[in-house]
Design a protein around this ligand. Structure first.
Ligand code: BES
Ligand code: ZN
Ligand code: ZN
Length: 493
């Protein structure tokens, strides 16, 4: 549980107090905290350098069992992300010390508020996010659970700020729980989230929220002619699903459709991936995870917009019944597609989902999110998603939300003349490009052939959806990328 609270450090019994300490300036406005910082710095073994640490036990100045001083470096290097990192690390530190709760002193002296445009809200939000997101351990598959997450994280502020921003804690906790949900789904091994299973996991939770749910099974998908999607699922003995989640609050004017790639395991199919490229392919449903978790979250937040989640869930496997390179299928919107490579499967399930979403819901805006191409990781690295849209306002808005959530996005081009790289001699379009270069762009152009005149953006999250190593406020595995981004974007749309 997260709380923003004014805590009397002398009267309240505190188990653990964490104080962030700047190297060059005092950024706290409480006298007690400032005198404690002077005291710890006098010892000459701690001066607030980034990641430095010191601990006082049972200090007389405050009623705390221990104070952990954590260095956050020079003031000029502080920004919202370094704040998230600090709180994430503080929470992880407390978890490793087997503590169950912590009070974090929020530094809000004028000299630091100035740095953030005198806006304590963004500042508090970032600290809450680091705390909530750092307080997560995915140990479902370990027999011995060595660590336990904290039960309570209190951000200590002045009574004024408690009054003004106290409610923020609940909201940020709700959003970050969405991220954590997506992380867990992505980290879940592929044998425990085959399409029928993942569908049940998602719809069981959706039933508890104010969401309308429709799940198409294989029979309905065949009836409705989702043939591009069915070609991908043909090799698997787990049946495909299309999950539709509708959040439709009364009086909503705008409809936003979110589409998420849900390949529960991408073996490549008959174009089997090599060793080294297969092992993490359980993450190929990260787009689906972000979309589903976003729908659950906006329902909890009572957002005032209509949001539709369209989530194709399929496993891409090689077998005697799998689609072959060279196969031609007639997709949902009638265009024929030559499957040049069965490993370019994401775009096949997406075009059917996109075309269906547009036909059925006529959304004002459609955004798809997908771990679509290795080429996007080559272009932007592992931390930044690629945004493709012919609507500059929409792509700018996404990039902006990426900056404020630090789920970073970068705008990429959709050049018309590259479309010829997708020509097929036999079908209306080829699912792979004839050039080995610009693979993220040609994949996006392929999708764009199925979006008609709907305002649409595609976000390729192949890089940032998954991290092998842990970082300040994320463990190894799924990162939950996309949920905070979507929530921020939907709120301002
Ligand atoms: N799921 C992969 C893309 C991917 C790669 C995601 C690495 C995360 C990390 C996608 O289905 C794929 O295999 N794409 C191919 C496309 C190619 C066959 C045109 C790729 O990127 O190599
Ligand atoms: Zn693939
Ligand atoms: Zn894939």
């Amino acid at each position: 549980m997260l709380q923003i609270k004014s805590v009397d450090l002398k009267k309240t019994a505190i188990k653990t107090l964490v104080i962030p300490v700047c190297q060059d300036e005092d950024i706290h406005d409480g006298k007690k905290i400032s005198s404690l910082i002077l005291k710890v710095k006098k010892l000459n073994e701690f001066d607030g350098k980034k990641d430095e640490e010191a601990i006082f036990y049972e200090p007389e100045e405050v009623n705390a069992k221990r104070i952990i001083f954590m260095g956050i470096g020079k003031k000029e290097n502080l920004n919202l992300e370094t704040l998230r990192e600090f709180t994430g690390k503080a929470v992880k530190k407390c978890i490793s010390k087997k503590l169950s709760e912590v009070v974090i002193s929020v530094p809000l002296k004028k000299n630091i508020l100035n740095l953030f445009g005198n806006n304590p809200e963004a500042f508090l939000k970032a600290m809450l996010e680091g705390g909530a997101l750092g307080n997560h351990i995915f140990d479902k598959y370990k027999k011995k659970k060595k660590r336990k997450i904290l039960k309570k994280i209190v951000f200590s502020v002045s009574p004024d700020l408690e009054k003004k921003y106290g409610k923020l804690a609940k909201k940020i906790e709700t959003i970050c729980s969405g991220t954590i949900l997506a992380r867990e789904w992505v980290s879940t091994p592929p044998n425990d989230k085959r399409p029928e299973m993942l569908t049940k996991i998602i719809t069981d939770l959706a039933k508890k929220e104010k969401l309308n749910i429709h799940v198409m099974d294989e029979k309905e998908l065949k009836q409705k002619k989702f043939n591009a999607l069915l070609a991908v699922s043909a090799g698997s003995d787990s049946k495909p699903r299309m999950i539709i989640l509708e959040y439709a609050p009364k009086g909503a004017k705008k409809t936003v459709a979110l589409v998420g790639k849900g390949i529960t395991f991408d073996s490549g199919g008959i174009n089997l991936k090599p060793t080294g490229s297969l092992e993490d392919m359980k993450m190929d449903m990260s787009g689906a995870a972000a979309v589903a978790a976003t729908l659950l979250t906006v329902a909890k937040l009572n957002l005032k917009k209509k949001v539709i989640g369209i989530i194709p869930v399929v496993e891409n496997m090689p077998s005697g019944s799998a689609a072959r390179p060279g196969d031609i299928v007639k997709s949902f919107n009638g265009k024929t597609v030559e499957i040049g490579n069965t490993d370019a499967e994401g775009r096949l399930i997406l075009i059917d989902a996109i075309a269906y979403g547009i036909k059925k819901y006529k959304p004002d805006v459609m955004i798809d999110m997908a771990t679509l191409t290795g080429a996007c990781v080559v272009a932007l690295g592992e931390k930044i998603a690629g945004v493709f849209s012919s609507d500059t306002k929409l792509s700018e808005s996404i990039v902006e939300s990426g900056a404020s959530t630090y789920e970073r996005c970068w705008s990429m081009p959709l050049p018309d003349d590259y479309k010829k790289l997708l020509k097929s001699s036999f079908a209306d379009i080829h699912n792979i490009s004839s050039s080995r270069w610009g693979g993220a762009i040609t994949a996006a152009l392929f999708l764009s052939e199925f979006t008609g005149d709907t305002t649409w953006a595609h976000i390729d999250i192949a890089g940032p959806a998954y991290a092998e190593k842990e970082s300040a406020y994320c463990g190894p595995g799924g990162t939950g990328f996309g949920v905070r981004l979507f929530c921020d974007l939907l709120e301002k749309m």
